[in-house]
Design a protein around this ligand. Sequence first.
Ligand SMILES: NC(=O)c1ccc[n+]([C@@H]2O[C@H](COP(=O)([O-])OP(=O)(O)OC[C@H]3O[C@@H](n4cnc5c(N)ncnc54)[C@H](OP(=O)(O)O)[C@@H]3O)[C@@H](O)[C@H]2O)c1
Length: 340
Amino acid sequence: MKHKIAIIGFGTVGQGITEILLEKKEELKKKYKFEYDIVAIADFTYGNVYNPKGLDMPKMLKEAKAKKKFSKDNVKLNTIQLIEKCNATVVCELTYTDLKTGKPAVDHVKAALSSGKHVVTSNKGPAALKYLEMKKIADKKKVKFLIEGTVVAGTPILNLIEGPLAGCEITAIKGILNGTTNYMLTEMEKGMDYKAVLRVAQDLGYAEADPTGDVEGHDARGKVCILGNVVMGVPMKIDEIDCKGITKITAADIKTAKEKGCRWKLIGSIEKVKGGKIKASVSPQMVELTHPLAGVMGAKNALTFTTDLLGDITIVGPGAGRKETGFAILTDLLRINSGM
Ligand SMILES: NC(=O)c1ccc[n+]([C@@H]2O[C@H](COP(=O)([O-])OP(=O)(O)OC[C@H]3O[C@@H](n4cnc5c(N)ncnc54)[C@H](OP(=O)(O)O)[C@@H]3O)[C@@H](O)[C@H]2O)c1
């Protein structure tokens, strides 16, 4: 099947998925009968471009890497107009995440779904804040709203549950959902204090200049909210989830955990409780060293699913990165290609 793709936000992930599609063009055609043209890109930095027959993607990538504005196929349409008017069959929403309002991504996703286009996104905003609303529009328009990249990048989580784990009931999920804080806790165990380790994490590009989203647990809470709505199927709002970050963890706390045969981890957890309800939270927890999550060190992410038929299943993998998140977008594009 030949897909016409629009990319909204041509930053790390937008360029990552483009590189993967270019590198694997022949393999995707041969193995999965997946053919594509990237017909539109909207980006604040590089401009908005559209060619219904397909853009010259190697040229677009070269210009973006050189931090130059796009020089071909420029259009005067704003992002929403471009999404609505272009001939794309799939829109990849890859602009920045805002976990308070979800904007501008929510408007992009709504415009795409309402105009009958599938949406694939790694943006937590629309998934954590408006999943059910977006899914309703998608169902009405008979298109897909796919969000694998919103939780732990390309490490398969949502597709794992809907695919290989279909038929199992998931009764609880417990996970390390934020790589920055896991890196910081790992380094604190080696003897660094919180402030010093935060500076190193910022120098390495793990933590942003304003680290609040990571260290206060807000990023992990967004992912817990997505898991609650999508995996557990229970409508929940992000601000209903108890959330505590790692800012108060001290060297003394690290020592106490060690003495108890445990290790601190920032854990996002969701558990089914009586009455069809779920209990969800984000908090630093002392995890026993025998638990698979305790061995997950550095910037890695991991989730343990408690299931009725298989017991506990743990998956460990990268939670961020250009190719890693680009891969999440590819897996959702392939699901659309296969007709799910
Ligand atoms: N990078 C990762 O490893 C990773 C992992 C998991 C999930 N994600 C999520 O994936 C999404 C993309 O991440 P990223 O790392 O690629 O971000 P990024 O590098 O900051 O790229 C986002 C791009 O979107 C552009 N943009 C912002 N608002 C726009 C608008 N209204 N219309 C058109 N373009 C707009 C930005 O332009 P300006 O820079 O000029 O604003 C920027 O070029 C985010 O929601 C992020 O949370 C990323």
